[in-house]
Design a protein around this ligand. Sequence first.
Ligand SMILES: [Zn+2]
Length: 506
Amino acid sequence: MSYAKVLAVGLVGLAGHLIEVEADLATGLPGLTLTGLPDTALSEARDRIRAALVNSGESWPNRRITVNLLPASTPKHGTAFDLAMAVTVLAGAGALPLGPLQGVVLLGELGLDGAVRPVRGVLPGVLAAVRAGIRRVVVPAGNAREAALVPGVTVRATDSLRRLLDFVRGSGSLLDPPGGPGRDPGGGPDLADVAGQELGRRGLELAAAGGHHLSMIGPPGAGKTMLAQRLPSILPPLSDEAALEVTAVHSIAGSLPPDSPMIRRPPFQAPHHTASVAALVGGGSGTARPGAISLAHQGILFLDEAPEFGTQALEALRQPLEDGHVVLSRAGGTARYPARIQLVLAANPCPCARPTGDAGCECSALVRRRYLGRLSGPLMDRVDIQVPLLPVTAAQLIGDLARVEPSTVVAARVARARAAAAERWAEGGWLTNGQVPGPVLRRAPWRLPGTATVDLRRALDAGSISARGVDRVLRLAWSIADLDGRVSPDHGDIREALTMRMGRTG
Ligand SMILES: [Zn+2]
């Protein structure tokens, strides 16, 4: 036999496609040719496959070998095809029966010594294989637990090419994925650690309850980062479907811990303000990798020192924020990644970031205004909650200690509020108050009585709030009412929502 074929999976963004890896061996000048749109990493596969086979004790067929990846129109990249290519070369040479690998997808990178190394994107790859009707996969041992998260497929793993070849020849066996639930990654930092920042904690709880984007403005040391990091701990855990999707994105980024691959809590991403546009929204040459906004999918994108982010970077976030996904076009194909996030912005009141007073900040009012002005525009238009934070005094810290609650207590209130909102907006298809368009809130049946909105109308007439600001106050007031178990916002809820917005004018 001089022809053989096995199956692998290629990924473009989160979408996977079955790839047939075929080898033809002919007489002629010995060598290996790869066809079917291989990128650089694939070309380097040539050397890896040869070394891995020889170092696994196999003899390299001294013939003219052509390895082709089908369909040719699908872009292919990465190192996950190594295993399939090595097997198909050996089978094409007549040195390996392929019976046991019929209908099996093979994924894995080969080391020169014949070791099978973990690859990125195993979870979305196996998901795609199952959708294409595949029921058995062989993956690197380091990806086995991740692959086994996919329902409806039998996962076997291998740590070396040798092990796989022994299995195919009936003289050895493959590895089973590790049993048990895996290491518990823990719940992350707890809200019980934050004392003395009552307004900040309230803002955080409201943001969680209503799915509102949040901004916090205050001097260094006021606890902005501490608060932001604790938002995931009061959000509901991810549904099974969302968890798989989030885990798939992180699988492609190569950021899953092998011992507890499934991400069940909303992720938290905090890119530095020097991050490139590609790091924020995704990119890279050849194949576009997910950026911070997609790694934060179903969770939090935290921009600390937000005014320090370039205009270009902030502008690049606008469209994904609106669409809930990112589309990246590259020569290697068009990748699409999900990006439904909750945005949390933090900023110092001025560029020097020193406390006001003696020997501290000397920034003029104009400099301060300009600095925060960098945050205005389309991005800030979507931020419902703007909390001003002040440095915590010792007296506040002590006085507040008795009122500090652990995340589990707050999360229970948030869950109740979210359930009430989801039921109310079910007809419109919105899950949270943060998603409801302004006009819906301003007309029947959700229009609030004049007695409730008197302060809001006064603020509008006085020019201290814009028309868009009114919508944000209304959205927020619904979240306040939901948290406190009222059927609709009253005068007090509107007043609190107005206070929450007065961190900055708008
Ligand atoms: Zn200053």
